[in-house]
Design a protein around this ligand. Structure first.
Ligand code: NAD
Length: 489
């Protein structure tokens, strides 16, 4: 069956594909501004039904205790996605504006294959630990620790890597035995809605275990954090929205797991290959038009070689023209919407207002009057106090900042409200490792090492989040711990 053949997606609630109480809303191709089709627009009543279905499935089916069913179901979903890979690829290119070459990595194929880690972990996990007999307070007791599902998970996701983020929540949450309501971003409803179709047609996942609620209204997602039937909210998005989720969840003390924004630093030490490192930094900052939370958007270089660094970064970025994401050679596609494009332009204007200059780029490309494109831009002449150095831009924009040695480089990197990721370049591995150890961030790339992998936990320090996604730590976020103490003779 062709996915989205009728160019209209539905909600998945309690095992049925249904229309939304709010009618429909369009999903738009950010490279062409064409309307691709429509998605069901859920209202508060739909969300209420989805939460009720997830609660009932958790409380009344054996999903949370039937590991074999869960493992089989996750593998079925994975296989269904593999079988529909090319349709999903075209969808990611059209709806997300994802450059085709990135769909073979974290934008699509990576997360599909990462589902194996979730199924394997559920299969091999030690769900109970026998601590044996002891006599605390003089009472002979047999102690067991059980790990079990948290319950109903509300998953709220952004638009930049929808497949990766939807699956990095669905996979471990389901493997751990939870039921879910997934509320994707309004900009990428189809990437989530197709999962509903695949789950219904190709898996044994019982009705109500997965519910997918697309909506144009952010307030519909906010209901998840306030509803006492939801045990945990797993959120990925901006830091400000994360704060709102946490505040909303406070009333019911709902467990919140937050993957938020970043303003990560790329540190080039004074013994590094400056041109090579700066070129890599510029390339990374341009990928998917800079719409990655962990992208290193502050390039921190030795002061004595500042101009050389700016030139190397700008030389690379100027060659990465924003292009059609369909084209296999495109690195920098469009940003997701006119709103994002205008937001980025606001940051570029602020850089000039604060005394910065553009070493390349600086606005919309002259040769593209349709599509939400922004030129890869290198900003020079500012320090770490500039607005563009402190706030997340979420566009292909790199700010080059001078440092006065390793201590100063570390100080600059850590002088940020965020703490998501970082990069260190130096041929002296011991020196680079020493600098990496001092960074207050969740992931560090040293000399081009790759931290993204199904078995590696990902997440942030400080205002970049609470908790870890992926890896064993990511799986265990979705578990509670129960101790059973049985008096014995
Ligand atoms: P966003 O915060 O605007 O929206 C994210 C999701 O939250 C969307 O589904 C939106 O509908 C929903 N939402 C909005 N208001 C809400 C509320 N009050 N309560 C509950 N849900 C609400 O983020 P975005 O613009 O879609 O995505 C970009 C942001 O996501 C960037 O800040 C980026 O750094 C971050 N991000 C972080 C990670 C990570 O793992 N740390 C990964 C990807 C993206």
């Amino acid at each position: 069956m062709a996915l989205l053949g009728d160019r209209e997606s539905r909600l998945l609630i309690d095992g049925k594909l249904v229309s939304g109480g709010g009618g429909t809303f369009p999903t738009v191709n950010p490279a062409t501004e064409e309307v691709l089709g429509v998605a069901a627009d859920a209202d508060a009543a739909d969300m209420d039904g989805a939460i009720g279905a997830a609660r009932k499935a958790f409380d009344e089916t054996d999903w949370s205790t039937n590991v074999e069913l869960r493992v089989r179901s996750i593998r079925q979903l994975q296989q269904a996605m593999r079988d529909h890979l090319e349709e999903l690829r075209e969808l990611a290119i059209a709806e997300v504006g994802a450059p085709r070459m990135l769909t073979s990595m974290a934008q699509l194929e990576g997360p599909i294959e990462d589902l194996s880690f979730c199924a394997d972990t559920a299969e091999s996990y030690q769900w109970t630990t026998d601590l044996g007999i002891a006599a605390p307070m003089g009472i002979k007791t047999h102690r067991t620790i059980a790990r079990e599902a948290v319950g109903v998970v509300g998953a709220i996701t952004p638009w930049n890597f929808p497949n990766q983020i939807n699956l990095a929540k669905l996979g471990p949450a389901l493997a751990a035995g939870n039921t879910i309501v997934l509320k994707p971003a309004p900009d990428t409803p189809w990437s989530a809605a197709v999962l509903g179709q695949l789950i219904l047609d190709h898996t044994d996942i019982p009705a109500g275990v997965v519910n997918i609620v697309t909506s144009s209204d952010h307030a519909v997602g906010a209901l998840l954090s306030k509803d006492p039937r939801v045990d945990m909210v797993s959120f990925t998005g901006s830091t400000n929205t994360g704060r709102a989720v946490m505040a909303d969840g406070a009333a019911t003390l709902t467990k919140v797991f937050l993957e938020l924004g970043g303003k990560s630093a790329f540190l080039v030490l004074d013994d590094a290959d400056l041109a090579g490192a700066c070129s890599m930094s510029a390339f990374t900052a341009s990928m998917h038009a800079g719409q990655g939370c962990a992208i290193t958007t502050r390039l921190v270089v030795p002061r004595a070689r500042y101009d050389e660094a700016v030139e190397a970064a700008a030389g690379t970025m100027a060659g990465l023209k924003p292009g059609d994401p369909n084209d296999g050679g495109t690195i920098c596609g469009p940003v997701i919407s006119a709103l994002q494009r205008d937001r980025i332009q606001g940051y570029l204007d602020s850089a000039i207002a604060e005394g910065g200059t553009f070493a390349c780029g600086g606005g919309r490309p002259a040769d593209r009057d349709t599509g939400f494109f922004v030129e890869p831009t290198v900003i020079a002449g500012l320090d770490n106090n500039a607005k563009v150095a402190r706030e997340e831009i979420f566009g292909p924009v790199l700010t080059v900042i001078a440092h006065d040695g390793d201590d100063d480089a570390v100080r600059i990197a850590n002088d940020s409200p965020f703490g998501l990721s970082g990069t260190v370049f130096s041929p002296d591995e011991e020196r680079a490792a020493g600098v990496a150890a001092r960074l207050r961030v969740g992931t560090v790339n040293v000399n081009g090492g790759v931290w993204y992998s199904a078995d590696m936990p990902f997440g942030g320090y400080k205002q970049s989040g609470i908790g870890r996604e992926m890896g064993l730590a990511g799986f265990e976020e979705y578990l509670e711990t129960k101790v059973i103490a049985t008096a014995t003779n």
